[in-house]
Design a protein around this ligand. Structure first.
Ligand code: ZN
Length: 320
């Protein structure tokens, strides 16, 4: 089967490797029907100091083909959407709905918590350790729900949602989203769903914004110092910022302190949000698949990375 490897900076290869199999009773093997490239994949692509070669990808949608004897919640034939990392669903963090901080967290493409290697999600087949904690069965889906809508739940939509939740978006909130990548666009969808103002009221609110105190809620979806500073600067006293951009910055702590601005966010607890967001897609009209603006075969993954790196594409879906 085919998997995607970053062999060197800006050098992506798709090559044959042995097909993954169930290695532990808690594993599931999933045939990937759709996967994609994340903005965070661009950091190693551009040469951020990581060990190479690196097996790529952490977002997918697929069908279970085999499951270990201890797996209870998914079975062969089930369409499943995952958390973007492997989580157990049973540790203190998972039970407190912060599975992104799971005690047995591991990442696709790296050894699991027991040290057994995995491939990345930009593959035709993936082994999912701790399948009960990590995967959610989709069930029946209406004909107008696309693979892209479901795939987006595995990371990007859930991360945008986390920014909206942790910045306290509620009915009537004025919201500023810092960042126009796929997570920022997802944060706009999430903020709208949670009741943020839009239309004429929204425009008036934004016009007032810079001359006034600032927004109730700010979703920071970039992670750079400029983006973090901007996010804090446009938050009203007593408001809140949800930080979900991959952090490469320090918080202006004194400014937060003097303005009583709350700082939330963090790595998105995708698995905790999945049931609600899946229901919103299946029955509530949420269409996060709109963040994808290009689709390529997996064999053209290198072109997908190039296009996102050049900002010719916001987010690229790959078909194995
Ligand atoms: Zn856990």
């Amino acid at each position: 089967m085919l998997t995607t490897s970053l062999d060197a900076a800006r050098t992506v290869a798709v090559r044959e490797v042995p097909e993954p199999v169930v290695e532990r009773p808690t594993d599931a093997v999933v045939r990937v029907t759709a996967t994609c490239i994340c903005g965070s994949d661009l950091h190693p692509y551009r040469g951020a100091g990581v060990a190479l070669p690196m097996l790529m990808g952490h977002e997918f949608l697929g069908v279970v083909t085999d499951a270990g004897s201890a797996v209870r919640t998914v079975s062969p034939g089930d369409l499943v959407v995952p958390h973007f990392a492997v989580v157990d669903g049973t540790c203190d963090s998972c039970r407190r709905d912060v599975p992104g901080s799971c005690a047995r967290l591991s990442f696709y493409g790296q050894p699991d918590a027991e040290g057994v290697p995995t491939v990345g999600a930009q593959s035709q087949v993936v082994r999912v350790p701790l399948a009960d904690g990590t995967l959610l069965r989709v069930g029946d889906r209406p004909g107008d729900v696309t693979d892209a809508d479901l795939l987006a739940l595995s990371d990007v939509m859930a991360t945008g949602h986390h920014a909206a939740v942790t910045s306290g978006v509620g009915p009537g909130s004025t919201v500023v989203v810092v960042g126009d990548g796929a997570v920022g666009l997802s944060a706009v969808l999430a903020a709208r769903r949670l009741g943020a103002e839009r239309g004429r009221d929204g425009v008036a609110a934004v016009r007032e914004l810079l001359g006034r105190d600032g927004a109730d809620a700010v979703c920071e979806c970039v992670g750079s110092q400029d983006a973090v500073d901007t996010a804090v600067a446009v938050t009203r006293p007593g408001g809140a910022v949800g930080f979900v951009g991959a952090p490469q910055a320090v918080l202006p702590f004194r400014r937060l302190f003097m303005r009583n601005v709350r700082a939330g966010g963090g790595v998105a607890p995708v698995r905790a949000y999945l049931p609600d967001l899946l229901d919103a897609v299946l029955t509530g009209g949420l269409r996060p698949g709109r963040v994808f603006d290009r689709e390529l075969p997996l064999t053209d993954a290198a072109e997908g990375y190039r296009a996102m790196d050049a900002r010719e594409a916001v987010k690229v879906l790959l078909r194995p």
